[in-house]
Design a protein. Structure first.
Lengths: 287, 384
């Protein structure tokens, strides 16, 4: 009896979470997949016909938005790496006793609703807002200068939205580096720059990898930033999917686009892991 | 080892200063740390010269300043005052990567993302040594530390002892002016530690490089060193050969820190021809050799090592040296010796190590009255 209990225990522990995922993740996924292969309209109902042309048509119609989403996501992740590394580095190596406080400060803005934050960005960036107005008055910027509605505004918003998701994993990776390993590099004739390049950065790579994973995927599928800070020139696939689901009730092509984006992101992540050498990354991570 | 580093041959191990400059020199060095806005001295005043090819140990309890001293040689700490010289060159303020010394870190600090070969080659690559030369020297060094065939291993796939040897090879392969070792054996178990002690000594003889060894383990320091600096509270308490330090401790601290010492306080009641006697009750006395000038009435402190003392169950006749009586309070059997604690008139916890060379019946038991004797030369006056 005890033996049975012991063998069953791990499965019993997985059960609640497993059921939850099955119900709220697996089932909707299957529903969506089926929806993406259906035909019909909201009035007469949708019928499953295996209509794979949904994919071809919607990709053809929205390839601009699709590519734009991936490009914005990639640029966002790239900027985030450059911005987050110094921050994470500083907290990990110079944070002293206040490390937790600094991390909390990084997270603090995220206690405010994310829509609210994006709206306040919009107020900041408006043509005559607190940021641009004084600069225009002073003649530093031309009068017709605009940020809002541009790709810059959208990407800036995305970068801001996902900053902690890059800072935290890099911080965790850096924090785990034994300072003596860095000293050893210095002792073995490496300049500060070389010891960063040869020791600190390679050891932080698993964190960068996790950070990219956690920012590229949500940034590429984001729809709020472009909606609030962008224009028709910056429409991202997330917005298209959202409007197809909520406004035009074109469920099949919305689902088809969702799956396309998901497939592309998955493929991208795998290719990325490959190119970095997952094995190496995992090796360092498992240390 | 097939070839020796160019500067390896001339310095005999155990040698003092070679003609020219000492390998490492501290001149009036002081190091303060800031703690809550206050300067706390880690090293108060240090003047020290470590000879070429010497196996030199910095020995002391934690917080004595030994690690700070070593880190000032490596360049990880800068002295608040004073100067540090390497081979006669003032290196004060020179960054670690520009100093020709290498360090073996306490927890080895191997690069976890590099394999053994890459770890060992790290320093040579930074120095832009030719690839063929790097391969040759790495191979040679792995041979010295008996790790040939482990080139492709990752550090975490290796045992503590093996990692230790990688760390050693990684430092020595650069032929540094001096090798700094920060408690390198601390994480190893006893057997392995003893094995590595012998190994380290052998390697040091082979490469002839100055070794500066930081440890809190007095046994380790005594076995391996040519000279030892015993540090306490940011100062060197005593500097000398292992035998000097063990047999002639300069201070009470050294006597207590190195091995076990019995310390006896007393007033000289008789002195003649370099010998002084401290009276300790009827028939009991401590005889100690003293320098000229120590006369009757002087208060002195005497140290005697537990293994120098003979323990008798009956009062011995013809005692020329010291004699104390007491009651056994503890008997601990150690295999090769039996350790007694004896309450005497000169001190309540007198420790005696008695070699188990005699029959088992001849062992004193707890509560028994015993007599302790030792020859005059085995008493050592502290700080006289």
């Amino acid at each position: 009896m005890d033996r049975v209990k012991r063998t069953l225990a791990p499965y019993l522990l997985v059960l609640p979470g497993g059921l939850w995922l099955l119900l709220f993740f697996a089932v909707p996924m299957v529903t969506m997949l089926s929806l993406s292969l259906q035909e019909g309209d909201v009035v007469n109902g949708f019928v499953f016909t295996g209509h794979w042309q949904n994919y071809v048509e919607s990709i053809a119609d929205y390839q601009t938005q699709l590519i734009r989403s991936l490009v914005y996501g990639a640029i966002t992740s790239g900027i985030l790496i450059v911005m987050s590394f110094p921050v994470a580095y500083w907290i990990a190596f110079y944070g002293g006793k206040r490390k937790a406080t600094y991390l909390f400060l990084i997270l603090l803005p995220f206690f405010v609703s994310f829509v609210l934050r994006t709206i306040s960005w919009r107020m900041l960036l408006t043509d005559d807002g607190v940021l641009l107005h004084p600069l225009k008055e002073a003649g530093i910027l031309p009068d017709d200068f605009q940020v809002l509605g541009s790709a810059t505004a959208v990407i800036a918003g995305l970068v801001y939205s996902f900053l902690p998701f890059m800072v935290l994993p890099i911080y965790v990776a850096l924090e785990r580096i034994d300072p003596r390993v860095v000293e050893a590099a210095r002792d073995l004739y490496a300049s500060p720059i070389t010891s960063f390049r040869k020791v600190v950065f390679p050891l932080a790579l698993p964190g960068v990898f996790a950070g990219v994973l956690m920012t590229f995927v949500p940034a590429s599928s984001d729809y709020v930033n472009s909606e609030l800070l962008g224009s028709s020139e910056t429409t991202m696939l997330g917005q298209v999917i959202q409007s197809k689901f909520l406004s035009s009730s074109d469920y099949p092509s919305a689902s088809a686009l969702s799956f396309t984006l998901m497939a592309l992101l998955l493929a991208g992540i795998f290719a990325y892991a490959r190119s970095l050498g997952t094995e190496d990354v995992m090796k360092v991570a498992a240390r | 080892m097939t070839t020796s580093p160019p500067h390896a041959t001339s310095a005999p191990p155990g040698g003092g200063l070679r003609a020219g400059h000492p390998a490492i020199e501290f001149a009036g060095v002081r190091k303060d740390y800031l703690s809550h806005g206050e300067a706390v001295p880690a090293v108060k005043s240090l003047d020290l010269a470590i000879g070429q090819g010497e196996f030199f140990s910095l020995l002391g309890p934690s917080g004595c300043g030994k690690t700070t001293t070593m880190r000032m040689i490596a360049g990880f700490e800068e002295p608040t005052a004073g100067k540090v010289f390497l081979d006669g060159r003032d290196v004060t303020g020179v960054v670690p990567n520009k100093r020709d010394v290498n360090m073996v870190f306490q927890s080895y600090a191997l690069f976890p993302h590099l394999n053994v070969r890459e770890n060992v080659a790290f320093g040579l690559e930074r120095k832009k040594v030719a690839k063929a030369e790097i391969n040759r020297r790495v191979g040679e060094m792995l041979d010295i530390v008996s790790l040939t065939g482990y080139e492709k291993r990752q550090p975490k796939e290796m045992s503590g002892g093996q990692q230790q040897r990688v760390a050693l090879a990684r430092a020595l392969v650069n032929h540094p002016r001096a090798l700094l070792l920060d408690e390198p054996l601390g994480a190893l178990d006893l057997k392995l530690r003893q094995q590595m002690q012998i190994e380290l000594k052998r390697i040091q003889r082979e490469v002839g490089i100055t070794f500066v060894y930081v440890t809190h383990d007095q046994g380790e320091a005594l076995t391996m060193s040519d000279r030892i600096a015993v540090m306490n509270g940011g100062l060197i308490e005593q500097l000398g050969s292992p035998r000097d330090i063990y047999e002639r401790p300069a201070t009470r601290f050294v006597a207590g820190f190195i091995g076990t010492s019995n310390l006896i306080d007393g007033r000289v009641s008789w002195a003649d021809q370099g010998l002084a006697v401290i009276d300790k009750g009827p028939g009991e006395r401590v005889v100690v050799p003293v320098p000229a000038g120590v006369g009757v009435g002087r208060d002195i402190e005497v140290s005697v090592r537990p293994e120098k003392i003979d323990l008798h169950r009956t009062i011995p006749g013809n005692v020329t040296g010291s004699l104390l009586s007491g009651v056994v309070t503890e008997v601990v059997y150690h295999g090769t010796s039996t350790n007694y604690t004896v309450a005497t008139t000169a001190g309540t916890d007198f420790v005696v190590f008695d070699q188990n060379a005699h029959d088992a019946e001849d062992v004193a038991s707890r509560g028994e009255r015993v007599f302790l004797t030792w020859a005059p030369q085995h008493s050592y006056p502290i700080g006289v």
